[in-house]
Design a protein around this ligand. Structure first.
Ligand code: C2E
Ligand code: MG
Ligand code: MG
Ligand code: MG
Length: 288
């Protein structure tokens, strides 16, 4: 803009103007080193069955504690990793970590790992996943992969055939954050998702909005007909829980039961076999 105003118009130069891109580049550099050093960690959030009240799976969620800036949200660093191409390596590292953690748990709960659409574009995802399962010793039926509708915007055929191959290994495929963005009901015609996760925005509004209740009800109906489990994410209150159970959701996940926790807490507070005594469970709710 300074250029347009001609030479000498430096009076209008705003040092803040390119601060954002510079910050971004430096954060990208920090992310690159954090990935290299293995500083991006996973926490795990339990998902409960509404039938049994037991934990059936845990979702792996990435965490980055920046040495100066403190915790950076995955809403910031996952898109940054996607824009810079780092997501492929990061995604693979996190998948390996999650599978290796799950293989060590004293319980057969499944582990759900979020995949970026870009991981479907690069290399042979199915071979990578199969290799990681073999390497870590995790049974394929204990792995769930969460994909979002953004997945299908690029190469539809390739993406669905990759999903078929993953599913053929015995891995469950979940549709995440369903109902927002560019979700299309036709995805369910193209691919037999094992579960669909209702986006938190509907859960947030379920106590106040008839429309939100109707949408949840419709997704549950679809799930019933297609043999798909229906997970509600971001459940925070008893009232939400009651309405979601009434609507027929098969699984619930949210702060009401547990926030994402470190793997040591997960193992000691949630995954102990019946009868075993936690040595340091404190006041943690063992029933989740
Ligand atoms: P998501 O996959 O939909 O994950 C659920 C998000 O909701 C998580 O946010 C979780 O901490 C949060 N959450 C769960 N229960 C509650 C609740 O009761 N109340 C509220 N307010 N929030 C709740 P998080 O960990 O910040 O992750 C945000 C998003 O970043 C994820 O949304 C996912 O899209 C992405 N993400 C996180 N980890 C990974 C990863 O390892 N790989 C990829 N590709 N994406 C990831
Ligand atoms: Mg998810
Ligand atoms: Mg989700
Ligand atoms: Mg979400």
């Amino acid at each position: 803009r300074a250029k347009e105003q001609g030479r000498g118009s430096i009076c209008c130069f705003d040092p803040q103007m390119d601060a954002a891109p510079r910050d971004r580049r430096s954060l990208e550099g920090d992310l690159r080193s954090a990935i290299r050093r293995g500083d991006i960690e996973l926490v795990y959030q339990p998902v409960m069955s509404t039938q049994t009240g037991l934990i059936t799976s845990v979702e792996a969620l990435a965490r980055w504690l920046h040495p100066e800036k403190g915790p950076i949200s995955p809403h910031i660093f996952i898109p940054l990793a996607e824009e810079s191409g780092l997501i492929v390596q990061l995604g693979e590292t996190l998948l390996r970590q999650a599978c290796s953690d799950a293989a060590s748990w004293s319980s057969s709960v499944r582990v759900a790992v979020n995949l970026s659409p870009l991981q479907f574009q690069a290399g042979d995802l199915c071979a990578t996943v199969a290799g990681i399962l073999k390497e870590t010793g995790l049974e394929a039926n204990r792995l769930q992969l969460e994909v979002t509708e953004g997945l299908v915007i690029r190469d539809v055929e390739r993406t669905f055939s990759e999903l078929e191959r993953l599913r053929a290994l015995g891995i469950q495929i979940l549709m995440d954050d369903f109902g927002v963005g560019y979700s299309s009901l036709s995805y369910f015609q193209r691919f037999p998702f094992d579960k669909v996760k209702i986006d938190k925005s509907f859960v947030d509004q379920i106590t106040t909005s008839r429309a939100a209740r109707a949408i949840v009800q419709a997704i549950v109906g679809l799930g019933d007909t297609l043999g798909m489990g229906v997970v509600a994410e971001g459940v925070e209150t008893e009232d939400q829980m009651r309405l979601l159970v009434e609507a027929g959701c098969t699984h619930l996940q949210g702060y009401l039961f547990s926030p994402p926790v470190r793997k040591s807490v997960l193992q000691e507070s949630f995954l102990l076999p019946l009868g075993a005594k936690p040595h340091d469970a404190g006041d943690v709710d063992r029933n989740g």
